[in-house]
Design a binder for this molecule. Structure first.
Ligand code: FMN
Length: 313
């Protein structure tokens, strides 16, 4: 008789948000979900994060907006999006039937704009949570990025918190000196979770023309190159806060995702890997299940933050 092994429990609790599994498609790499629906059964995902929204539609930066690097990519899309109103009108109908947790990413160029966008999204049926992308220049304070100072993080997150009771994830930038302090500021201002990392600022130059490859000159680096940085920052943030941490950066395989979970992430987001393989998230979910089974683990929970430092392995 062949004994069937117990199916491990892939479910995780991101605070009050229950996910079927810990794998979420990252903002800006999965459109508004619908673009992928023909190739990826969305109901198999733990969740998906939409492309970042602003109050008004945005065209983004002029091309070229993408550049390949040896182990990743640079993008300077410039947060092109359809705007909140069109999103709710044209995209939510499909997303309500997606069958996975729908998280809506948003941003603004002033605290009030973040708050107003969050307010408008709060009452929309079918949204499981909001993800605030605070890697945006604060136009009212001379263009300093919200995400880089604990004080401005606290201020903008407090404003958003006052505007919404929705589940609120604050997405952190790696372009900072001390990620733990930034994560704590987000927690103290009322974030329900933090997600990290967003892209690392980089650039590329065409030596033939001596001009920047990206029209915007600089862009955000993502993909395998950023994984060690993301992992280190998730580990530091997870030790500093009590709220759940969502790990992002260079995740392309189940092993990458497992590293983040062991470092302290409760869930992970898969980004650029979707451009190589639109089904990457599904393969990662299957790989996590196989790992749990092979290691006799009943579920994902015991893995989270299980890093052994300075101990017998
Ligand atoms: C083309 C592109 C567009 C992105 N757009 C957004 C966005 O709108 N909002 C956001 O918070 N992050 C955005 N990101 C960042 C990703 O969600 C993710 O944090 C980052 O790419 C690191 O993960 P990865 O290495 O798995 O891609 C974008 C990334 C890429 C590559």
């Amino acid at each position: 008789m062949v004994l069937k092994r117990e199916e491990p429990n892939l479910g995780v609790e991101l605070g009050r948000l229950k996910l079927r599994n810990p794998v979420i498609a990252a903002s800006g790499t999965f459109g508004y979900g619908e673009e992928y629906a023909g190739i990826v059964p969305l109901k198999r995902l733990g969740g998906l994060v939409t492309k970042g929204l602003s109050l008004e539609p945005r065209k983004g930066n002029p091309p070229p907006r993408l550049a390949e690097t040896p182990s990743g990519m640079l993008n300077a899309i410039g947060l092109e999006n359809v705007g909140v109103e069109a999103f709710v009108r044209e995209k939510m109908g499909f997303l309500r039937r997606a069958g996975c947790a729908v998280l809506v990413n948003f941003f603004g160029s002033a605290e009030e704009e973040y708050a107003e966008t969050a307010r408008r999204l709060s009452d929309v049926e079918g949204i499981a949570g909001l993800e605030a992308n605070i890697s945006c220049p604060n136009l009212k304070s001379g263009g300093a990025i919200f995400a880089t100072e604990p004080k401005s993080v606290y201020q903008v997150v407090s404003k958003i918190r006052q505007a919404t009771s929705s589940f609120l994830i604050v997405k952190l930038s790696p372009n900072v000196a001390d990620i733990a302090k930034i994560a704590v500021a987000a927690e103290e201002a009322g974030a329900d979770a933090v997600s990290l990392i967003n892209t690392l600022t980089g650039m590329a130059i065409d030596v033939k023309t001596r001009s920047p490859v990206l029209a915007n000159v600089t862009g955000g680096l993502s993909g395998p190159a950023v994984k060690p940085v993301g992992l280190r920052m998730v580990w530091q943030a997870a030790r500093a806060v009590r709220i759940p941490v969502v790990g992002i950066g260079g995740i392309a395989t189940a092993e990458d995702a497992l590293e983040y979970l062991i470092a302290g992430a409760t869930a992970v987001q898969v980004g650029s890997a979707h451009f190589n393989d639109p089904r990457a998230s599904l393969k990662i979910i299957d790989g996590i299940r196989n790992y749990l089974q092979a290691n006799g683990l009943p579920g994902v929970q015991p893995l989270i933050g299980s890093l052994k430092v300075g101990q017998e392995k």
